[in-house]
Structures are given as C-alpha cells and as structure tokens.
Design a binder for this molecule. Structure first.
Ligand code: SF4
Ligand code: SF4
Length: 486
C-alpha cells in the first residue's frame, strides 16, 4: 500500500506488509517456518546428493544448486527486495527447533562482539572455495552446508540471542552489507506511535498479560530497537519485531537504496558507522573480494599462478593462493584506500586520521562491490538457470522413479554473450551508485571542498570498475554447467 508521511513530508513509500496476499502471508505468525521448510528439505537433499550422488559437479544437486542457483537467486532478491534469504534461512529452522528445548544462558564474549571473526570466516570461505575447487566438488560442498547447520546449532545452543547471525555467519555478513543497497527495509511506520509506546515489545518481546515474566513472542534478537534502527545492517528480516509490536507499527518499507551508507547517525545495535572499523573492513573485503572471486575464474589467473609458483619455486597451490589473497585482499586495498585517504586529508578541512578517513569513505564502495558480485553470480545463474531440471530428474531416477521423466541434459540457460550485457549493466549501475554515495558522503562531511574530496574516491571506484570490466572480457570458466547432451 502506498503511504504518504504528511508529518515529515517524505516521499510516498510502499509497505510490503500492506500488500494484498503477500502482506497477509508475511505477517502470518508461522510465515517464516513455512518459508524455511522447503529450503530445509532442499538443503537436506543437497547434502545427501553431495555425499552419496554423482561425483561430477554439473550432475549433482549440491554443487548445481549451491553455486549456480542459490548464489544467483540470493543477489537477485537482494537487488530487487532485501535480505529475504536470512528470513527463509534453513539453518535457522533447525536452530529455532532446538531452542524450544535448549535455553542458552551465556552471552557471546564482549571482545568478539564485532565483525572481525566473521570477516575471517568470510575470507576463509572465499579461500577454501578456490583451494578445494568447491564448485567442482559435491562432497566438499555438502560438508560446507553441514558445517553451516552445525555452526548455527552449536553457537546458538551455547550463546543467547542471534549470536550466529550477528557475529559469526559469513553469508549473513554478505547479506547485511549487500542489503544496504536493497530497495526495502524493516522499519517503523509512524515514529509518533513509538514515542507513545510504553512496552517497547519490538525489542523486549511481547509478554502474556496474565504472566508478565513469560515472553510469548520474542523481540529483536539482533539488538535492533525499531525506533532507532537505521537501514538494513544486521537485520535478518526475521520479522520478530513485526509480530511483537502491539500497535502493528512495523512494516517492510521501500526506501532510497544505499542512502543509509551516506548518513552517519547512532544506529541501534550497530553504533556509528564511521567509528566501526570492523564494519569498514567488512565492506572493503566485500568490495575487493568481489573482484578477486571473479578474477579467480578467468584464464589470466592461471598464468599468474604459474608465474608465482615458478617465482617461489613451489609445486603446491596453497602458498600461491595465499599470496594472491594477501595481495588482493590486504595489500591492494591498503594501498588504494591509503592513497585516496591521504589525498582526502590533504584537501579536507577536517582533522581526521588516515584510518578514520578511509573507514568513513570505504562505505562508498558497497554499490560497486555489489554490482560486481551481481555480475559474477548472475553470469552463472542466467547461463545455467535450467540446469536444476535435468539434475533433479537424474537424482529422482537414481531413486528408481521415472516420475519426472528422463534427464534433459541439453537444458542450460541464456547464451553467455547475452548475459554479458547484463553483467556490464550491473557493474555500470554499481559504479554509478558508488560515485553518488562517495559524493554524498563528501557533501555531508565537507562544507568547503566536497568536489576535491570526491575526486580520489571517484578515481578509486573508476579503477575498480575498469578492473571488473576487464575481468568480464576475459574467457570465463563455465563452472558447474555441462553443455550439450549427456
Ligand atoms: S515498534 Fe512497536 S513496540 Fe517498538 S517502540 Fe514502536 S510501537 Fe513500541
Ligand atoms: S526483529 Fe530485528 S532482525 Fe528481525 S526483522 Fe526486526 S529488526 Fe530485523
């Protein structure tokens, strides 16, 4: 439903929870469970097929669905809606079930209440993906899914609240950062209602009137207090706040994508972005990791690996890969952000350290980083979108049933040269977003010379976009797709 906020004179916004059918479904108390069940069933099928099915990756559900469909669908939903993967996350189904019997009493250690641990896990997943060629290994892919289930179960059985989502899960961190450019957020409908509200159930949880100590609907487990929540960072779209609010005052509202990266207020459960060095580092890994992950699947990477192996006189991939990761995820960002921050300091009227300057402007890289992830994942998704059909047919046939017919291995997806046009579009869109965000941050921060401050960050975005375009033009591996009939 379209809303016009007369008090703030804000632009009209769409509230997904007020749309017919969809709104009713999402507001239903058991909507999350209903949406999680099919994904849980699919995840179990992927694990079983990965462990016991064919070893050829393009014929296996674990590799096909994980590396082609799941990643592609994830970024598309983030682009057009928001963090709906976390809403439907199958790991949380098992965890929520366990929480009915296990009631943890410990808090996650204070020194780990930041993103450093999850950033390390994010890098480990990217590294292991290349080292173990996960896209080509159903067995390892199945174990990766098992580890996510086990991690969520163990961590959230020991520690209170949504510890796994907020401080551990690498997929969650990816979603939180990417969702800053999504067009929808979970937000308060009318702040005046919150001002009058005495119970604050959205954070404390709703209690039974006859037994005030009994929580009948939990509040936000990620410590996001609705009236002071800003944007999508750390929000899993679990909709617990929607269920808990006694005034029906929380919606899924449309908003200007990426605007939350410009503003720097105190955010509930997150703090002040410019002071969160861990979040800035997460954003940097998100943006540079996008480029590295795409670069790792084009032909020039093999030439580079061979040259490095000769240089180091090694015959194993591990040290070479470690060097490439250190080069692209540490040395390159430190150098490029360092130069941009140094130029900013020399033209800025603000007195800020080099690290603080880099930390503030790093958020401008999110739209471009997301554009690169989108281009990469959509390539696999769109060129292999129909591959799940023959793989599923074959998996059912392996069980001795011909109910879904013989596998049609010729089904793949769109032609790569057509998909390439989408890829260019996504990166161009991301570049435009990063330029707008970096100028807006400069205009917010700098009263005197915003354009001068904008220039080095614009140059950095242009450089990364040029590198992404170059990667796109290289011959790419058709990971996980078997062409032709089999
Ligand atoms: S969102 Fe609902 S429960 Fe939370 S403060 Fe506002 S009115 Fe109260
Ligand atoms: S309860 Fe917290 S994490 Fe869940 S949708 Fe509401 S704000 Fe987001």
């Amino acid at each position: 439903m379209l809303q016009l906020d007369l008090k703030t004179n804000k632009a009209a916004s769409i509230d997904l929870l007020r749309l017919p059918l969809l709104g009713g479904l999402l507001k239903w108390r058991h909507a999350r469970t209903l949406l999680q069940i099919p994904l849980f069933v699919i995840a179990v099928a992927m694990i079983l097929h990965g462990l016991f099915g064919p070893v050829l990756a393009p014929r296996n559900l674990a590799t096909t669905l994980t590396w082609i469909h799941f990643r592609g669908a994830l970024v598309m939903v983030l682009l057009f809606a928001g963090n709906f993967f976390c809403l439907t996350c199958p790991f949380m189904l098992l965890r929520n079930l366990t929480r009915k019997f296990v009631h943890p009493v410990r808090n996650w250690p204070r020194r780990l209440r930041n993103k450093w641990f999850s950033i390390s896990l994010f890098v480990v997943v990217l590294f292991v993906y290349e080292w173990f060629d996960l896209w080509a290994s159903p067995w390892w892919t199945a174990w990766l899914i098992v580890m996510f289930f086990a991690g969520a179960l163990v961590i959230d059985s020991i520690f209170k609240h949504a510890t796994f989502c907020k401080f551990v899960c690498p997929i969650g961190q990816f979603n939180f950062v990417a969702a800053t450019v999504s067009p929808f957020e979970v937000a308060v409908r009318d702040h005046d209602v919150c001002t009058q509200c005495r119970t604050k159930d959205c954070i404390r949880g709703a209690r039974a009137p006859e037994a005030p100590l009994v929580v009948i609907q939990r509040g936000c487990e990620l410590a996001l207090f609705q009236p002071r929540k800003v944007g999508n960072l750390d929000c899993t779209f679990c909709l617990d706040c929607v269920q808990a609010c006694p005034y029906d005052n929380v919606g899924i509202m449309s908003r200007l994508p990426a605007e939350e990266l410009v503003r720097d207020p105190l955010r509930s459960g997150v703090g002040v972005l410019s002071r969160r060095k861990d979040l800035s580092a997460l954003v940097v890994v998100f943006a540079f990791g996008a480029l590295l992950n795409a670069f790792a699947m084009v032909s020039p990477v093999y030439v580079l690996e061979q040259r490095l192996a000769n240089l180091f006189a090694v015959t194993t991939e591990l040290p070479v890969l470690a060097f490439i990761f250190a080069l692209f995820l540490i040395a390159e960002p430190v150098l490029l952000l360092g130069i941009a921050a140094w130029i900013t300091r020399s033209v800025s009227s603000k007195q800020r350290s080099l690290v603080s300057t880099a930390a503030r402007y790093a958020y401008a890289l999110v739209p471009l980083g997301f554009g690169i992830w989108l281009a990469h994942y959509s390539f696999h998704f769109l060129t292999g979108v129909f591959t799940f059909i023959p793989v599923t047919q074959a998996a059912v046939a392996e069980l001795g049933s011909a109910i879904v017919g013989q596998p049609r291995w010729g089904l793949t997806g769109m032609a790569p040269n057509v998909v390439q046009l989408f890829e260019f579009g996504f990166i161009a869109l991301g570049l435009l977003g990063s330029l707008l965000v970096s100028y807006s941050i400069a205009a917010t921060e700098e009263l005197v010379h915003p354009v001068r401050v904008f220039v080095p960050w614009a140059a950095l975005s242009l450089l990364l976009a040029a590198a992404a375009f170059w990667v796109l033009l290289q011959p790419m591996e058709m990971r996980g797709v078997v062409l032709g009939s089999g």
